[in-house]
Design a protein around this ligand. Structure first.
Ligand SMILES: [Zn+2]
Length: 263
């Protein structure tokens, strides 16, 4: 599919979306870095002691980005715009959603486990500076090569409750069903790293706590990438993708965030 009829100017929609996705990942990294700043320093101190040139450049960039994306948002048809969950959403709905998601994760694990293979020696070696040998030995992977995982059946009900920005499962790079990692396409290093972070989170927190934190944050933020469990996975993934990266323990980072109640 192309954006124009002109053969000279055929930019594919697929290419556009892959560039959009790359920009989105960088924005999430920026969001996480700013979130760290917000947690550690007051805005008064930043305004008073922050380096003027760095501060001005950051403010300018953030404003320009906000203007740009708002101009796109204004052109999205009204019926697609993100709406707040229905006011009738209550604690019972949230508890039901937590139950639905944790059963879904457990069922999908059982479903994909018979099709899963151990992580190759090569991938184990690549991920060894960040994850425990025990975890790398335990996890199993499935590559779907385009046979995408469908959205779960409970999405229809969630949409009826007003959640229109649910993560689109068939278009996600990977899904972590506890210790079974499923890739909609082939396994790429960066998405393997991301999926492994979720495996660590679910082990450190336990499935029930992991699901509860995920669902409650999603109810509050309405965007899956703003859920701290997700934002942390993107943040660590972007650290892993840096050209020069030091060894670090994902498990230590996850335990730290859990102890500091940042999830
Ligand atoms: Zn994720």
């Amino acid at each position: 599919m192309y954006l124009t009829e002109n053969p000279e100017d055929r930019i594919s929609i697929v290419q556009m979306n892959s560039e959009l996705q790359r920009a989105q990942l960088e924005l999430i990294s920026a969001h996480c870095a700013t979130h760290e700043l917000r947690l550690r320093f007051s805005t008064e101190n930043l305004a008073r002691y922050g380096r003027r040139d760095v501060l001005r450049k950051s403010i300018e960039t953030a404003s320009a980005l906000s203007d740009y994306y708002s101009s796109i948002e204004q052109q999205i048809p009204a019926e697609e715009a993100v709406s707040a969950p229905a006011a009738g959403l209550n604690e019972n709905h949230t508890l039901q959603a937590i139950e639905c998601v944790s059963s879904y994760l457990r069922e999908q694990r059982e479903r994909y486990l018979p099709l899963a293979a151990p992580l190759s020696k090569q991938h184990q070696a690549r991920m060894c500076p960040y994850f425990s040998a025990a975890l790398l030995y335990q996890v199993k992977v499935v590559e779907r090569h385009g046979a995408r995982i469908p959205n779960p059946p409970f999405y229809a009900e969630a949409k009826a409750l007003g959640f229109v920005s649910l993560p689109d499962i068939p278009h996600m790079n990977s899904l972590t069903f506890l210790d079974v990692l499923v890739f909609n396409e082939g396994l790429m290093e960066r998405s393997l790293f991301h999926a492994l972070v979720h495996a660590v989170q679910s082990q450190v927190l336990g499935l029930e706590r992991y699901t509860e934190l995920f669902v409650r944050s999603f109810v509050n933020t309405r965007y899956h990438f703003l859920v701290p469990l997700e934002a942390h996975a993107f943040f660590l993934e972007s650290k892993f993708a840096l050209p020069v990266v030091e060894k670090f323990s994902v498990e230590d980072q996850v335990r730290l965030w859990a102890e500091q109640n940042r999830y």
